[in-house]
Design a protein around this ligand. Structure first.
Ligand code: CMP
Length: 356
């Protein structure tokens, strides 16, 4: 039997283990900590290190077995988490070795899905970010120069050179304002006000670029996922490329556990649903089950009347929902699909009428 399942320390445990480890590192820097507490904190470090040693072994064994799912950064982090504290212990002894366990800060990043997204955002927005950073550098140098010219005779000890004035410029431009260097002259104070205002503008630009980059990245991810889901609904194959792109952006994916109610009879309805995977049951007078490719909830959109039946998930089900405003867009871009939906709705309505 393989030992790998026992050796494997799962992804969330990386972050969970790093927390006590790093708290122990912080605790050991408190000067007047008692000997017993110091021993307990060191024991925490040893336990965490041992767990990371097991994980490194598991990662390397998997790699040797040809499983390349663990990427190079993950393996590097696993190896550093073990070797850096070990090397520190062997080379500098027990005095400050615990500080090198600070390398465990990398562990929560190991399996994070956020950082690859951040990397893509930075790569996509590199040109704009470099532009704003250049602007920051230009403004920084310009205001440090101006402050030097204005204040050098009044406060030579603080503004006696451009590098000295640059500290004031960074603190003011970032609107941090430590208050250790303050212009005394009227002109210097006017300059301070202008620097603060431009600092707010520059940071707003950075924040705006990053926020837009993240929004675009999330939208792109949603689009790719929706595109794959839409392929499972044959009805959409009748759409041309432009309408398909529009519908992919309009559809919202949703998963529903078995037994959950998706829409209830008598409620107003503002969206219809397409079944991608799984089955739903419609509590019509003659109950029916709908499977992949089918749609429901269209009647409320067509007639504006409340839902005719309660629909619940017969199995765990993956759905795409379409809001009523986007439903109108779908109908106008594809009369063929509109006709199929209307005909189906009419048939269902007919089935719901009590037979004479
Ligand atoms: P709506 O009335 O908006 O919400 C409930 C949905 O159940 C309804 O739209 C139809 O899509 C679906 N439905 C109602 N009756 C039937 C039926 N006999 N067969 C299949 N689906 C139905």
């Amino acid at each position: 039997m393989s030992v790998l399942p026992f050796l494997r320390i799962y992804a969330p445990l990386n972050a969970v283990l790093a927390a006590p480890g790093l708290l122990a590192v912080a605790g050991l820097t408190i000067p007047d900590i008692s000997g017993r507490s110091r021993l307990a904190l060191t024991a925490v470090l040893v336990v965490v290190w041992g767990a990371y040693l097991l994980q490194m072994a598991a990662t390397l064994l998997k790699r040797r077995a040809g499983d390349v799912r663990d990427r190079t950064p993950a393996i590097t982090i696993d190896v550093l988490a073990v070797l850096v504290p070990l090397a520190a212990f062997l080379l500098i002894g027990t005095s400050d070795w615990s500080l090198y366990c600070g390398v465990w800060l990398l562990k929560p990043l190991r399996d994070s899905t956020f950082f690859p997204v951040l990397g893509r955002v930075l790569a996509n927005e590199a040109r704009n970010l470099i532009g704003v950073t250049t602007l920051f550098g230009v403004v920084l140098f310009g205001v440090a120069l101006a402050a030097y010219v204005i204040e050098r005779d009044i406060q030579p000890e603080k503004f006696g050179s451009i590098p000295q004035a640059m500290w004031w410029a960074v603190v003011t431009l970032s609107t941090t304002g430590y208050g250790d260097e303050i212009p005394q002259s009227f002109a210097g104070r006017v300059l301070s006000g202008a620097v603060m205002m431009s600092g707010i503008g520059i940071f707003a630009l950075w924040a705006g670029i990053l926020a837009t980059g993240f929004a675009q990245e999330v939208r792109r991810g949603d689009f790719v996922r929706n595109w794959q889901l839409v392929a499972a609904v044959p009805l959409f194959q009748k759409l041309g490329p432009a309408a398909l792109v529009e519908i992919v952006s309009a559809l919202r994916p949703r998963t529903v556990p078995a037994g959950a109610v998706i829409c209830r009879s008598g409620e107003p309805g503002d969206r219809m649903f397409f079944v991608v995977e799984g089955r739903v049951s419609v509590a019509a007078p003659k109950p029916v089950e709908l499977g992949p490719g089918a749609f429901f909830g269209e009647m409320a959109l067509i007639t504006g009347e409340p839902r005719m039946a309660t629909v619940s998930a017969a199995t765990a089900v993956s759905l795409l929902s379409l809001h009523s405003s986007d439903f109108q867009m779908l109908c106008s871009s594809s009369p063929e699909i509109a006709e199929i939906i209307r005909t189906t709705a009419l048939e269902r309505r007919g089935a719901a009428q009590p037979s004479a």
